[in-house]
Design a protein around this ligand. Structure first.
Ligand code: KG4
Ligand code: ZN
Length: 330
């Protein structure tokens, strides 16, 4: 059995899976304290991870009927993410692994998102194109094998797709995180009522969402308070449509460039109904894992750990975390 810890953002997560990818426990403690700030406050997140991690790990072990000495491997997210938050998970994993002389696997968070689809009961086998769209990342990759060396085809140049949803939601007076609320509001609106930019000028397979947010801001200003209020649903629907079209366009290009007809989608934005419907029009075999495996969780980290070279005791004690940049290609 593999125990994995994930603390890269504001969810404190621990999971236990077996080698075949069956999930025995998947515990997620969402801090739910950042709403009032309109975003995640790194230092607040770290402190809460510290308070929660012990109970979350124990809960996962208990649910799985597992004990630490009987584990085969301990896995942990080393980056990218909030450094203070990551350190809580990595330090905890080091301590648990070292105390029992267990090996440890350092997992890249994005490899985790990609590996979510490789879990039982229906593992989606490579090769496939992977779209990861969350509050923290927007990534298109060609996944040839389950290891961490997947090829990144495109990334966002500025805001992540989920961030674009959240910023739009904020401008429309919805809470944080606002993706789901914006989707609900958009259902009552006309997506063609406004013409928002889909970053068509960004070449290749990269994304850009910063211009879209600015376009909404200017449109709200032009409409004036009363009219903007009256047309909120139309604004939400058109704004959502621009994000969905931007994602759809790059996915289509990625499929054409790779010649692949298999597409896996992950990240919190994968919950969006309009995106799902749009991607369903593509002529591909589509895999979208259940919502709890699309958003941040530790089961996906455990899944990825199966395809990472484990570090023996005590080699991992010097392991560091990283905020962004190079993926670990172990
Ligand atoms: O993967 P996730 O839970 O956390 C990370 O950011 O890693 O993704 C959260 C993001 C937020 O930006 C949230 O607004 C967005 O996913 N989201 C949605 C929906 N549900 C969550 N965006 C659009 N439509 C939704 N239904
Ligand atoms: Zn994530």
């Amino acid at each position: 059995m593999i125990l994995a810890l994930e603390t890269s953002c504001d969810d404190t997560c621990a999971a236990v899976i077996d080698r075949s990818g069956e999930i025995l426990a998947n515990v997620i403690s969402s801090q739910g304290i950042h709403d009032r700030y309109g975003g995640v406050v790194p230092e607040v997140a770290s402190r809460h991870h510290l308070e929660l991690i012990g109970d979350v790990v124990q809960d996962a072990l208990r649910t799985a009927g597992a004990s630490l000495p009987a584990l085969e491997l301990i896995a942990v997210t080393c980056g990218p993410g909030l450094v203070g938050a990551l350190l809580v998970g990595v330090s905890t994993a080091k301590a648990l692994a070292a105390a029992h002389r267990l090996p440890m696997a350092a997992v890249d968070h994005l490899h985790g998102h990609v590996a979510a689809g490789l879990l039982a009961p229906q593992p989606f086998e490579p090769p496939f194109v992977s779209l990861i769209a969350s509050g923290g990342h927007t990534l298109l990759a060609r996944v040839s094998d389950p290891g961490p060396a997947f090829r990144v085809l495109g990334q966002t140049l500025d805001d992540a797709a989920g961030e674009a949803f959240d910023k739009g939601a904020r401008l429309l007076g919805l809470g944080y995180p606002g993706g789901a609320a914006l989707e609900r509001l958009a259902r009552e609106g006309d997506p063609t009522a406004f013409d928002f930019p889909v970053a068509a000028r960004v070449r290749g397979l990269d994304f850009s969402f910063a211009g879209l947010k600015t376009a909404l801001l200017y449109r709200l200003r032009d409409l004036g308070e009363a009219e903007a209020e009256r047309r909120r649903a139309d604004l939400a629907a058109a704004y959502q449509r621009a994000i969905v079209e931007a994602l759809h366009l790059r996915v289509k290009r990625a499929l054409a460039a790779t010649g692949l007809t298999r597409l896996a989608v992950g990240g919190g934005v994968a919950a969006n109904g309009a995106l799902r419907a749009r991607l369903a029009t593509l002529d591909v075999e589509l895999d979208i894992p259940p919502r709890e495996l699309c958003t941040d969780n530790a089961a996906m980290i455990a899944s990825a750990a199966r395809f990472v070279r484990p570090l023996p005791y005590p080699d991992y004690l010097a392991l560091d975390v990283y905020a962004s940049g190079e993926r670990i290609l172990a």
